[in-house]
Design a protein around this ligand. Structure first.
Ligand SMILES: C[S@@+](CC[C@H](N)C(=O)[O-])C[C@H]1O[C@@H](n2cnc3c(N)ncnc32)[C@H](O)[C@@H]1O
Length: 222
C-alpha cells in the first residue's frame, strides 16, 4: 500500500516539484537552462527506452549497475556549497549520465570538468551540447568508470547507489591509489569507508528517484 501511494501519488508530486525547483535554479544560468531543456526534449522525444536498453546490453556491464537516476543541479549546489572551489580544481563525474553536473562545474565555476559514462548516446549528446554552448571546459568520454584517469582530479562525484559491493570495493582502491592527496570524493547512499580517507560529513538532498544521503571524504589524514 505504501509503495502504491509513493508511485502513484507522492512521487509524481515530488518529481514535478523537483522540475520546478530545477527550472528556477537554472534560469540564473541561461546556457545551462537551454542545455537542460534540450536534454529533456531530446531524451523524451528521440531516445526510446528500447535504445537505452540496447546500449546498456551492448556495454557488457552488469545491467543492475546501469539503472538511471539524476542529481538535480539544485541539490548539487547544496552538496558543494562549503567546498573551497578554485580554477585549479579538476572535477570528474564517474557515471555522468546526461552530463549536467560537469556542464555546471565548467560553466559556473570555471573548473575543467570531465563526465565519464558507458552509454554512448549520453556522451555524444553531452559533447554536442557543450560544443554548441561553448562550454569548453567540459568534456565527455565514453569509458568504463574503472578505466578513468584520475591522476589530476581534485573533486570526484560518484553516484554509486546502484553499483555492486564488488565494484565499489574496486573503485575505492582506484580512488585511493590514483587520486592526488587531498582530493575530495562525494558519494551517494554509501559512505566511502577506507582508512586512507578522512570523513568530511554527510547531508540529505533530493535526487530524481527520492531524497537520499550524500557523503564527502578527503584522501589523506588532514
Ligand atoms: C545514477 S546515474 C548518475 C548520473 C549523474 N552522475 C548524476 O548524478 O546526475 C549513474 C550513471 O553511471 C553510469 N554507469 C554505471 N556503471 C558504469 C560503468 N561501469 N562505467 C561507466 N558508466 C557507468 C550509468 O550509465 C549512469 O548513467
Amino acid at each position: 500500500m505504501r509503495d502504491l501511494l509513493w508511485t502513484f501519488f507522492v512521487y509524481p508530486i515530488y518529481f514535478l516539484k523537483l522540475i520546478m525547483v530545477e527550472l528556477n535554479t537554472l534560469q540564473k544560468h541561461p546556457p545551462l537552462l537551454a542545455i537542460q531543456l534540450q536534454i529533456w526534449g531530446y531524451y523524451f522525444l528521440f531516445y526510446p527506452f528500447l535504445r537505452h536498453t540496447y546500449e546498456k546490453v551492448k556495454s557488457g556491464q552488469d545491467l543492475s549497475e546501469l539503472v538511471y537516476g539524476e542529481t538535480p543541479i539544485s541539490s548539487f549546489q547544496k552538496i558543494i556549497k562549503d567546498l573551497p572551489l578554485s580554477e585549479n580544481d579538476r572535477f570528474v563525474d564517474l557515471g555522468c549520465g546526461k552530463g549536467m553536473l560537469a556542464m555546471y562545474m565548467a560553466q559556473v565555476h570555471g573548473i575543467p570538468a570531465t563526465g565519464i559514462d558507458i552509454i554512448p548516446t549520453f556522451i555524444k549528446k553531452a559533447t554536442q551540447l557543450a560544443n554548441r554552448y561553448r562550454i569548453h571546459r567540459a568534456e565527455f568520454k565514453k569509458a568504463p568508470i574503472l578505466e578513468a584517469d584520475l591522476t589530476k582530479v581534485t573533486i570526484v562525484y560518484l553516484a554509486w547507489t546502484c553499483l555492486t559491493h564488488e565494484t565499489r570495493t574496486q573503485l575505492i582502491e582506484k580512488l585511493a591509489t590514483e587520486l592526488p592527496d587531498g582530493a575530495i570524493v562525494i558519494t551517494t547512499t554509501y559512505p566511502l569507508q577506507d582508512p586512507r580517507f578522512t570523513k568530511m560529513g554527510s547531508q540529505t538532498v533530493q535526487f530524481s528517484w527520492s531524497p537520499g544521503t550524500v557523503f564527502m571524504a578527503k584522501l589523506g589524514q588532514t
